[in-house]
Every structure is written in structure tokens, then in C-alpha cells.
Design a protein around this ligand. Structure first.
Ligand code: SF4
Length: 426
């Protein structure tokens, strides 16, 4: 593939080399390859404050968690770079007009959550909990309103980076100390920005408020095997990556976008360069901190999907998921046709068959239930408006079942093309 160690990160400004680097690992093959090669080629340095981050939407395939764990363990043990997993979550905070819910992140261990988990050191969740909490609190995402990326990955990731760069012992506690939720029903309804009947409002409130409304203080050290050599006590806080109080604290953000994804690279770079020139406090792009300097080394090195596949074909381990099940398993961006083929394939699979995974996002029925529960009531047609305009997950499931009856198995579903590239890392 011709990696040139000196050029793996081609800095557009020599000063960027001195800044902490944050590697965004999505759990997929491309960003895994990128993170491993950056570490291997000596482009990441523990002393500079570099980290690798994995955002768990709680709706990923079990094989993705397994792969992400293997990659992160390898990066830590062989190259000494800390890898942190996090999930988006909501906390209840006081405002001038009362309590509301505000989104942030919590660190999670690289093992599955269980009932007895210490709230300061929880395992990761995989039954769609964070995704459903987000949907209950706001609206369902769709191709036109892709706020799941923002709410579950981008904003929580920025919060994490800001606290990491502060160099305290870990994220500070957030949320009130009362033992009941204080977010009132009308606040939930106001967030929805639409007409909600009483049942809908109560369902939403019940689901949103069943999740913890505070994040305990956490220690970075509990989530990585690397000895961070940070004090266990000391102030906790956030670095000013948004430039709210002057010049923004800068960091390099490394994305795993490839050369065959030029539109995504263009969007990411365009946003970054605008923010870099936005003089901090005047930056109007609310999801792009002016301190974040984006690099896309796979694209710069002309690495394509084919190169990534060749690389993993030679490795002793690989991402073991059905074709097309990357990112959130039934992400609406994949498009109805690809989702129907994926449903037929997963349904036909022994390993991830319906009987075993019914209540989780590996099963398309989980997504259908989400639409039924949180979709907008429609005035013009039966049912609710969910994540698509002209179809829904129930219809897609029926198509998958019909296709399976016709073809016997879901094996024809290899080579699923995404309707729209899932641009979670953009
Ligand atoms: S993969 Fe799809 S569903 Fe999941 S966060 Fe990204 S856009 Fe949303």
C-alpha cells in the first residue's frame, strides 16, 4: 500500500505537529487501519496527549464491539497509546427557567454493561439504550435530520476531548444530586417541537427519565491499561476548544475518510478550515470547535476501500459482521433496499438469528418498534412518520421476509451498497 512513515500525516502547518492528536475510530475497518498505522508509524505520542476514541451509539453490531476491543487492546499494549470508549448521555441541569436535560458523555469500559456495574465504571451498552433515550427526548433522526450523529457521537466527543485536554484526573460530575428526575413533562414536550398527545408524552418522559440523570465523576485511568501518570486528585474541568474566552485550545483530529470518499473529505475539510479561520468566538458552525484541526491521512495517501480490504485480508483478525451491518446496524442512511437485503441476511444467519437477538438493534424489529413509539402521528396516512418519508421499518421487514421466502436464504445480500454513505465521522 506504500505507506511513507514521514508522510502519514502531512501537516499543513508545522505547529500542528506539537498539538495533541485525537484519532476518531468508528469501529470500522478503515479507521482501524488508520489508527493502527498511525501508531505503528510513530505518528502518535503518549507524551503529547494523543488518544484514540471510539463512540458507542449502543446500536452497533456485536461483531463491531469485538473488533473495536481487539484493535484498542492492540494499540494500547503494542504502542502505548490510550484508547477510550464513550457513550452519549443526558444529564439534568438547572437553568434560569428550571431543570432541563443537557447532553454530554460518559466513559465506558470495554466490556458489556451488567446490573451490578459501578456507576463510575460502567460497561458499554449494546441494546440501543442511548439511541432510544435520544429519540425519546427529541425526535427520530432521518436522512434529512441526522441528529443522532451529532447527539451520540460529535457533541459528546467534543466534551470528552475538552475534558481530556484539561489534563485533570477525569471528567467531573455533572447533573443534580436529587434522587428523582426533575425534568418536567412540558420540557420534554417543548423539546419535541410538535404536537404530542398525552400518551406519547408520558411514554417519552418515562423512557428519557429512566436513564441516569447525572454522570458520576470518572477517572481516565479506570478506562485504559496505559499508566497515564496523571494525578488522581486535582481540579477537573474543560479546556476551551470553542474559543469562548479567547483563542481556542487546538488539537488535531484524525478521521478515517478514504480517497474514494471525496465528498465526505471535502465536507470535513471545508468545515475544519472555516472553523480554523473563524477567530474563535465568532465561529458560527456550532458543531465544529475552532480548536479542532481535521486531517484525513487515508485520503491524503490515496488509500481506497480496496486497499483497506487487502490490508485486513492479510491480518489474523478482522471485522466479523454481515456485509453492510457497519455503524448502527440498521442505520436509515443505508436506504430501504439495502436494509431489506441486510434483514434477510441477518435473519438467515445462525449466529445473529432472530431468536437470539430480538430485543436489540441487531434485529430490524427493534427499529420498527422505535418508529412506532417515537414517530410523528401522520394526518394523511395510516401509522406514523418515522425515519423515511415513503416507507418504514415494518414494510422493509416484510420485503425482507418475502425475499427470503422467494430465495430460500439471505445469501444474495452480499455486496450491499449504501443508499447514502453513512457519514457519521464527517
Ligand atoms: S450510523 Fe446512522 S443511525 Fe447511527 S448515529 Fe450514524 S447516522 Fe445515526
Amino acid at each position: 500500500m506504500g505507506f511513507n512513515p514521514k508522510a502519514i500525516l502531512d501537516y499543513r502547518d508545522v505547529r500542528h505537529e506539537q498539538l495533541p492528536h485525537v484519532v476518531r475510530f468508528s469501529g470500522g475497518r478503515s479507521s482501524a487501519l488508520m489508527a493502527l498505522r498511525l501508531a505503528q508509524e510513530g505518528a502518535l505520542h503518549y507524551d503529547r496527549g494523543d488518544i484514540v476514541l471510539f463512540a458507542n451509539t449502543t446500536a452497533e453490531h456485536p461483531g463491531t464491539y469485538e473488533f473495536a476491543r481487539t484493535v484498542c487492546n492492540k494499540i494500547e499494549t503494542q504502542f502505548g497509546i490510550p484508547c477510550l470508549w464513550y457513550e452519549g448521555c443526558a444529564v439534568e441541569v438547572a437553568t434560569r427557567t428550571g431543570y432541563t436535560r443537557s447532553r454530554t458523555f460518559r466513559l465506558v469500559l470495554r466490556r458489556e454493561a451488567s446490573d451490578g456495574d459501578d456507576p463510575k465504571k460502567p460497561g458499554y451498552r449494546s441494546r440501543g439504550e442511548a439511541f432510544e433515550e435520544m429519540a425519546s427526548w427529541t425526535r427520530l433522526p432521518s436522512r434529512w435530520r441526522r441528529m443522532c450523529t451529532t447527539e451520540l457521537k460529535v457533541r459528546p466527543g467534543h466534551d470528552l476531548v475538552a475534558e481530556w485536554l484539561y489534563e485533570g484526573p477525569g471528567p467531573a460530575r455533572q447533573g443534580h444530586h436529587r434522587d428523582v428526575s426533575l425534568a418536567p413533562a412540558d420540557v420534554v414536550a417543548a423539546r419535541y417541537r410538535g404536537t404530542l398527545d398525552r400518551d406519547d408524552r408520558e411514554t417519552r418522559l418515562r423512557v428519557a427519565c429512566a436513564e441516569p440523570w447525572a454522570r458520576d465523576e470518572q477517572d481516565w485511568q479506570d478506562f485504559t491499561s496505559i499508566d497515564l501518570k496523571r494525578s488522581k486528585v486535582g481540579p477537573r474541568g474543560s479546556a476551551d476548544i470553542w474559543g469562548r474566552f479567547g483563542g481556542a485550545q487546538q488539537f488535531v483530529s484524525v478521521l478515517g475518510l478514504r480517497a474514494d470518499e471525496p465528498e465526505r473529505v471535502k465536507t470535513a475539510m471545508w468545515r475544519s478550515l472555516i472553523a480554523e479561520g473563524a477567530a474563535g468566538t465568532h465561529c458560527r458552525d456550532r458543531i465544529q470547535p475552532p480548536g479542532e484541526l481535521i486531517y484525513c491521512p487515508l485520503s491524503d495517501l490515496d488509500i481506497t476501500d480496496q486497499d483497506v480490504r487487502s490490508f485486513w485480508a492479510d491480518q489474523q483478525y478482522d471485522l466479523n459482521i454481515p456485509t453492510g451491518a457497519g455503524n448502527c446496524v440498521y442505520c436509515f442512511l443505508k436506504g430501504p433496499a439495502a436494509l431489506a437485503r441486510l434483514a434477510a441476511q441477518i435473519d438467515a444467519s445462525d449466529e445473529w438469528g432472530n431468536g437470539r437477538a430480538e430485543a436489540t438493534p441487531v434485529d430490524i424489529r427493534w427499529w420498527s418498534r422505535l418508529e412506532e413509539t417515537y414517530g410523528r402521528p401522520s394526518t394523511t396516512k395510516e401509522g406514523r412518520i418515522g425515519m423515511f418519508h415513503d416507507t418504514n421499518y415494518g414494510i422493509i421487514l416484510n420485503q425482507a421476509t418475502d425475499a427470503k421466502k422467494l430465495n430460500g436464504t439471505g445469501s444474495e445480500s452480499n455486496g450491499i451498497e449504501l443508499g447514502v454513505p453513512c457519514s457519521c465521522t464527517d
